[in-house]
Design a protein. Structure first.
Lengths: 526, 234
């Protein structure tokens, strides 16, 4: 009992605030009929889920690395576009697979390069022929040469892709056709300007030279004593994979096109998440790491990255907005639809389901919140139950001490950055079929996520979830009341909030909460 | 006697400040060596320099016949060096058990060392599921020492174990250090000369970033002039 009193006194303002929010929610729910309420509530959860996917990754990265990754919204957007590409144009994905895998192959030989560089150093030290300066020079020369080779090869490499300048071949048209079920696969891109063998050789040479030169430049901190087949196995596998995907390009494409759209959707989401994680890891290692001591540069860098990302998306996928088709599981419209029970829905795969007379879109308003919930639990388990989570929680408090225990904190940083960006990419991929793809989808969700984190507490994981749900709910209820109007008690006035009030209302709430609780609802005191 | 650790003319900078300006000393295997000196003399920095947390700019640090300079700190720790930081930094967000488990280097370290650790600190066993925030100062100190014992460490760097503890707790921490020194070599930074003189067999005095005097503790206890000059205590 005493304990209870102490907690009550400690968190007095929190409970009052939560109480006020709950009564606001109940009042808002009273003002509309059950049909509207169900839809608005589920939409709020959906927006909250997508916001949460961005906010949680952002907060994980900030909590451990103290990096404000302002490019997080852009990475969310990139996730959406990548999922769209795999889903709507599997042929493009297969075409890109070969050069991508071959490009990567040189970099998995890290151990070999480190070994080679230390040997060069030893030989140089003995004969005094190779002082360090020429090694740096050789590194830069190697990188430039490798970039030249890669440019020459890749610019001639055939990749079947859309054309943003021709309407009939624009991403929007392909999206529309895929949505109509007439997935027209354009003719396979053929090797005209370069022979396949030369292309493979060029990519391999560029990758190997680039990776070796980078090692030469970056220097070696730890090298294997001996080389075994283990150091070469990943390289061999990747090269084999690259050659196989090239050889079976057409049949692989045909298989993907013919694949059940549910599986293809799953595959595209997985590819988007993996790409996001890869991009995140790469970003941390190359751009963020050198700037850990200069926080202001980091902020400017990530801000710049987000702008660059938006421009890249505009250049590759074009400016018009388009929507990613829904997988078959969520797009049935035939007899038996809208479903009245979940059993019916499972049988007919209806796109909508009737809940309390409200017509709910299954993908937008049930599937997305469900994924949000699964991710919430999964990441929570990762943080609470796994060794990685333990290291993350410890590192948030004291990085130096974690390092002193013999844990490679840098590696954990890279992993967490990759994980955070992967979550954002997952959000983007999921948003494609419901909210559509546009080059400013990232900015919108980023603003929501920042507000959600300010409300919930910047580095608190439950806070990110709570804040996101609050933001989603407020926005959706405001939108709904914009349509049906709020009857102000004791008067005849019906107040209809105008659209600009929707974003303003969340920010207003944020201001109020920050005035009451400067660390957010669940944030710890600094 | 063979030396486990040797420092030769070590210089360390933190930003532009020249903190260690030539530290030389040897730590014989299987002993307790106390680093003595006034506040701000560079004792803690010496420990952090050994671990590579504040990397040395000049000089040599040889541990087990290996040069540590230039190595990353987690690699250094993995050679078998445990660190008990000052102010008893334990991880507040983690439970007592997690605070111990995080120090595992090989899977099963914690399970193997559990009995030894709880025989030294019976209190911890009772608190095992408590969160780090709920521990008293003495309990935190015990946990910080216990954490350094989970992995197989041949060298333990213990920074100010008696600071801010009640006399009865100091007694039990001292007993624990004496016990664990049977299996590993210890470097002890200690302000409380009484504690240091009872525990350590060797001493090194650090003054303004330099090691000025070293020898056996038995000699130092007799040498009132040195004690008075460098430690300001009798």
């Amino acid at each position: 009992m005493d304990n209870f009193k102490v907690t009550l006194r400690k968190n007095f303002i929190l409970y009052i605030t939560l109480g006020v929010l709950t009564s606001l929610f109940i009042a808002a729910a009273q003002g509309m009929d059950s049909k509207d309420f169900v839809i608005t509530f589920l939409r709020g959860l959906a927006v909250g889920s997508l916001t949460f996917l961005v906010a949680s990754g952002f907060s994980l990265i900030f909590g451990l690395l103290h990096v404000l990754n302002l490019a997080h919204g852009t990475l969310y957007m990139i996730g959406a576009y990548i999922a769209w590409t795999v889903f709507v144009r599997p042929d493009t994905f297969v075409d890109i697979l070969t050069p991508f895998v071959l490009l990567l192959s040189g970099f998995v030989l890290q151990g070999v390069w480190a070994f080679a560089v230390t040997r060069i150093r030893l030989a140089g030290a003995m004969s005094k022929i190779l002082p360090p300066a020429p090694l740096k020079f050789a590194g830069w020369a190697g990188i430039l040469l490798s970039l030249l080779i890669l440019f020459l090869t890749l610019s001639r490499y055939p990749i079947g892709i859309w054309d943003v300048t021709v309407f009939a071949q624009s991403p929007g048209t392909y999206a529309f056709m895929a949505d109509q079920g007439t997935r027209a696969v354009p003719p396979v891109a053929i090797f005209e300007k370069i022979s396949p063998a030369l292309a493979i050789l060029g990519l391999l040479a560029g990758s190997l030279l680039g990776a070796f030169s980078l090692t030469l430049l970056a220097g070696v901190t730890s090298a294997p004593q001996r080389l075994t087949w283990r150091h070469f196995a990943p390289f061999g596998l990747l090269v084999l994979l690259g050659i196989l995907t090239l050889a079976f390009n057409e049949s692989l494409t045909a298989w993907l096109v013919g694949l059940n759209s549910n599986w293809l959707f799953l595959l595209s989401v997985v590819i988007a998440v993996l790409t996001g994680m890869g991009l995140g890891g790469l970003m941390e290692v190359t751009l963020i790491r050198p700037l850990y001591v200069r926080h202001i540069y980091q902020i400017m860098l990530t801000l710049g990255m987000s702008v660059i990302g938006i421009e890249i998306v505009r250049a590759v996928w074009g400016r018009p907005e388009f929507i990613m088709p829904k997988p078959a599981l969520f797009s049935g419209t035939g007899p038996g639809c809208p479903a009245t029970t979940f059993a019916d829905w499972w049988q007919f795969n209806c796109s909508t389901i009737l809940i309390l007379d409200g017509r709910v879109r299954v993908y937008n308003e049930i599937f997305i919140p469900l994924v949000g919930l699964i991710v919430l639990v999964a990441v929570w388990l990762l943080l609470k139950r796994s060794r990685l989570g333990m290291v993350i929680r410890a590192g948030v408090q004291d990085r130096e001490m974690v390092e002193a225990l013999g844990i490679n904190v840098r590696q954990v940083f890279t992993l967490v950055f990759a994980l955070g960006v992967g979550l954002a990419a997952l959000g983007g991929a999921l948003a494609g079929p419901s909210f559509g793809l546009s080059y400013h989808m990232g900015e919108r969700v980023m603003l929501n996520a920042l507000v959600a984190l300010a409300i919930g507490g910047l580095t608190s994981y439950p806070g990110a979830a709570l804040g996101s749900v609050i933001v989603g709910m407020i926005q959706q209820f405001m939108i709904k009341y914009g349509q049906i109007g709020i009857a102000i008690p004791f008067t005849e006035i019906i107040f209809k909030p105008s659209p600009p009030i929707v974003p303003a209302s969340t920010i207003l709430l944020m201001v109020i909460i920050l005035l009451l609780m400067p660390n957010g609802l669940l944030g710890k005191k600094e | 006697m063979e030396n486990l650790l040797e420092l030769h003319n070590v210089h360390t900078f933190i930003k532009q400040y020249h903190i260690l300006q030539g530290v030389d000393f040897n730590v014989p295997r299987g002993t307790i060596t106390a680093l003595l000196g006034r506040n701000g003399a560079g004792k803690t920095t010496t420990l952090k320099t050994i671990l590579g947390l504040t990397p040395p700019r000049e000089g040599k640090i040889i541990f087990n016949a290996r040069e540590l300079k230039g190595m990353r700190s987690f690699d250094i720790a993995n050679l078998g060096i445990g660190f008990v930081p000052e102010n008893r930094i334990i991880f507040q967000n983690l439970s007592v058990e997690e605070n111990l488990k995080i120090a595992e280097r090989k899977k099963g370290d914690y399970a193997r060392k559990q009995d030894f650790i709880f025989s030294l600190f019976p209190d911890l066993k009772r608190l095992i599921h408590l969160s780090g925030t709920n521990l008293s100062g003495g309990q935190q100190q015990m946990l910080a020492i216990a954490r350094a014992l989970v992995a197989d460490n041949s060298l333990l760097l213990i920074d100010e174990p008696s600071e801010g503890l009640a006399p009865v707790l100091i007694e039990s921490v001292m007993a624990a250090i004496r016990e664990l020194s049977k299996t590993s070599t210890v470097i002890l930074v200690e302000q409380n000369f009484l504690v240091a003189s009872q525990l350590a067999e060797y001493y090194v005095i650090i003054e303004e970033g330099r090691s000025v005097k070293s020898g056996t503790m038995a000699e130092l206890v007799q040498d009132k002039a040195t004690i008075h000059r460098y430690l300001g205590a009798a």
